[in-house]
Design a protein around this ligand. Structure first.
Ligand code: SAM
Length: 322
């Protein structure tokens, strides 16, 4: 059913969320729409930046602990390795290779909103890991829950890259609770949690001098331009990152440098921006042990094992149902 205050032309989730986000106050857009072919490439460029420490830390954890993780995952026989927001799977391939070398019986189910990311991952697995059975699923995290529910094998669910940090605490609890409801006693959930640390290190990770993160953030406007006939002038928006060390919340904004009007033809929508008005685009929550314990307790999960990077910057935690 169409919302009464939304133009009849608004039908897809992308259209609906762009319409409601840009007519709300303050304005906001969901970071899940940053990822298309260009957004995926920009995110790979971000992962390659030395300041974006998250990727190296998680890579190190998986590489250092792959034998223990393999034993944990494969202890109860065949399983589906279901990855939420898999991206390019660079880090996951450490585990895929290890499982493949050890002749472990599993099916890899990468799930991502980006069709482009999934196709590239599927193609690269065919070449690099031809023994691995890959069954990609395109959809949002919430659509993924339905897919997970249809699968009969034992489940090992991966949520890497601190992707959970893109959800506010209440959304994260709601999502983890839904995952918990789909888990059986032998199922496991492995999640990556970026840790609270020197606030400058966090700001530097999301605010590089080369402007890669800025281009990534602005890609959501580029998508509106190309897919919804928008006329955003990307030069007239500033990428801005803030970090609150008390709450551990990093937030990305696009700030309008001037007073301006933007037209989004396919939504029949005209959006007015005052000078310095913001669009909130992304949250990247940082964690400590207390918050992780709280998230687990609220969602009916029990922490069984935690791995941390040498610098203590990042943690990967394994949960089962409580
Ligand atoms: C920050 S990247 C991390 C990728 C990978 N997990 C890693 O650690 O390198 C987030 C990935 O999740 C996907 N994604 C973001 N929001 C999503 C959502 N709501 N539903 C499904 N996929 C999503 C993006 O397309 C992207 O590939």
């Amino acid at each position: 059913m169409q919302d009464t205050n939304i133009a009849p032309t608004v039908t897809t989730e992308f259209e609906k969320e762009v319409y409601s986000g840009l007519t709300d106050y303050p304005k906001h857009l969901s970071s899940k729409y940053i990822y298309d072919k260009k957004g995926d490439k920009l995110f790979q460029d971000i992962m390659a930046m030395p300041t974006y420490y998250l990727t190296n830390c998680e890579y190190e954890i998986l590489e250092q602990n792959k034998h223990e993780i393999t034993a944990l995952f494969s202890g109860s026989g065949t399983f589906d390795l279901i990855e939420l927001g898999a991206g390019d799977g660079k880090k996951t391939k450490i585990l895929l290779k290890e499982f493949s070398d050890k002749k472990i019986d599993f099916t890899y189910v990468p799930i991502d909103i980006s069709n482009n990311a999934l196709n590239q991952l599927h193609d690269s697995c065919k070449i690099e890991l031809p023994e691995v059975n890959v069954q990609p699923f395109q959809g949002t995290y919430f659509e993924a829950l339905k897919e997970i529910n249809t699968r009969k094998n034992r489940k090992v669910i991966l949520f890497l890259g601190s992707n959970i940090g893109n959800l506010m605490h209440d959304q994260a609890v709601g999502f983890m609770e839904k995952i918990q409801q789909l888990m059986q006693p032998n199922d496991l959930l492995l999640m990556g949690f970026d840790q609270k640390k020197n606030p400058q290190t966090i700001l530097d990770a999301y605010n590089d001098q080369e402007g890669i993160t800025a281009a990534f953030n602005k890609n959501i406007l580029a998508r509106i331009n190309s897919e919804l006939e928008g006329n955003f002038d990307l030069e007239q928006f500033l990428h801005w990152e803030v970090y609150d060390p008390e709450t551990g919340t990093a937030k990305s904004f696009l700030v309008s440098k001037i007073e301006q009007t933007v037209r989004i033809e396919s939504l029949d929508l005209t959006v007015h921006f005052k000078q310095w008005e913001t669009i909130h685009t992304e949250i990247s929550q940082k964690y400590d042990d207390q918050i992780i314990d709280w998230l687990a307790k609220e969602s009916g999960l029990q922490l069984t094992t935690a791995f941390q990077s040498k610098t203590h910057s990042y943690k990967n935690c394994v949960f089962k149902i409580a």
